[in-house]
Design a protein. Sequence first.
Lengths: 395, 316
Amino acid sequence: MISRRNKKLAFLLAMMLVLSIFAGCGGQAGEEEPGGETATIPVGINVELSGAVASYGSNARDGAVLAIEEINAAGGVLGKQLEGLQRDCKSIADEAMSVSAALVGENIVAQIGPLTSGNVAGSTPIMMENKIPLIAPAATAANVTVDEKTGETRGYIFRVCFIDPFQGTLMAQFAAENLEAKTAAIYGDTSSDYAKGLAAYFKETFTEMGGTIVAEEGFVKGDRDFNATLTKIKGSNPDFIYVPGYYEEVAPLIKQARELGITAPIGGGDGWDSPDMISVAGAEALNNTFFTNHYSSQDTDPKVVDFVEAFKAKYNKEPDSFAALGYDCVQLLVQAITEANSTDPQKITDALANIKDFQGVTGKMTIDEQHNPVKAGVIIEFKDGSQTVNTRIQP
Amino acid sequence: MQEKSKSWLQFLLEVIVLVLLFTLVQYALSAGLVNQSYQITLTSMCINVILAVSLNLINGFTGQLSLGHAGFMAIGAYVSVIITNFMDLPFIAGILGGCLAAGIAGFVVGVPTLRLKGDYLAIATLAFGEIIRVVLQNIDYVNGPAGIMGITKLTTWPWLYWAAIFTILIIVNLMNSSYGRAIVSIREDEVASELMGINTTRYKVLAFVIGAMFAGLAGVLYAHYFYIIRPETFNFLKSFDMLVMVVLGGLGSTTGAIIAAVFITFLTLALQKYAAMRMVIYALTLIIVMIYRPQGLMGNKELSRKTFSGIWGGRK
């Protein structure tokens, strides 16, 4: 009886011990002085390092870390070194919120990330409440920076990527001006908000510029046979076919279109950006196809060439759009800190809102009043199985 | 007579302890002693406790392997947000509506599927969870895959705390009643309990509906704290997280479920800084526990009044 009681007592004591460890954690976090003078400038990097979109997050992190190292090697900002605090938000919105709160406790001056719009939304209330700016590398949904109910801009949320619908506008401009298309067909993924947004804005801009939409068709995620609809589109003989969607469906679609003898140029958005496009559709079928993207590692712009070289030297891999956008987030923040001449989050926010003609890897950008960058998009063309930059379009 | 007054005294003591704990945290919160990061952890903790305890009722006590708990949570979350944010009704209406909707869903799913056994039930409930997610993705009224953003923050400490206490009280008392005995008998041997005249389907559905309602409650509290809900939040990995808590704590132990929920919430927070090692450490912890305590931290034992009196008073 006694030994059993002791066992229970021991267990209880063990539990208390465990709890006291956690209590210890609490004390540490509270000790830091808010707003105190620090030797380094802490920047939160709250990205998806595990979970569904871990590849986006880790690439953006790599880009951001590279930028921080370059800046520190060049003497830092305002004479101080940047300190990147990397945290994993597990690709979950509530975890993104929790991570942001923890970072705020470590006196960050700004936060880079998360990547997806939903996770940025999770982080948003914490950043707004604490008045610390958040720069999103790749959150493309319109309501990330603007409250749809009130139409007000979210004061502390910024991004360096263009929003989804903008890609539709870009491609319409390109089709009407560069390709001189008069008629166009739209054949997009109707099961994704992203593709629907692209299609709607393409249609709007294309008709505004005097073009006619001769056919509007749709497919859904998982479709593999597009022959029937393509035959129908072929009959309306468009000058240009717009196919917003993801590469899983777009690649076989283009292959089948070319097999049917459709020679018209085909265009799409950044959902096309995958090596699978070439392996599935084939180099020949992809000739005369174009898509809009944030950036291309094949760009010959010296700024891009330098970035790609440095990235390859450090990580031994090709930087994708997310890496470039992550890199630009840090560079933009540094410019804002320099212009504000202060590491006070409020002053940095004010400076961010007034950034003009910032030259990033993903293009020259000016932050508008909705905290979206006004920047050029890149039109990428597939030429004999490789991506080449056709043109940059400034809106 | 003396015995009776003693149990009253104990009851009073428990109430005082509960209220004291509540007031203590409430004071710390209002005095600004708890930083934001810990406030969020506290919230996650209460929500995880509700989820783990309610899933334990289905998986642990009734012995029916359900993998669709996130689906019920999603229903509670979405219905309550529609009530509070789209219809501008008070929070309590959202809570009741969310729980009720999840309970009804539990009944609709439970009646046909609980006739299945073991793996088949697991598959059916897993499928149910996924169906809920896909359906939500295709309803434009709730913004499809993008989800609802900018939900008013209504979940506060009193709601969280008393909701968790309420959940624990209801389930503990249920398990101590004749209903609870019937439910446990189904887990131990379904054929035997049926021979004893227990309507097994009825009790299974009962446990399932109660579990679903509390999952709905957790969903309501979640939605009104974390600002955004998306169908993707409630995927099967979420159900899986809850299952981990239940198995870690010990199938069939409410105390175990609570301890595991608290433990995992803190573990998640503590590992935030070690981004690269996080999944490794998390997985290792689970493997080590499962090697040395295959029955879970608590097995099917409970910490109760009896345990404490066993320690302090030596009375059985």
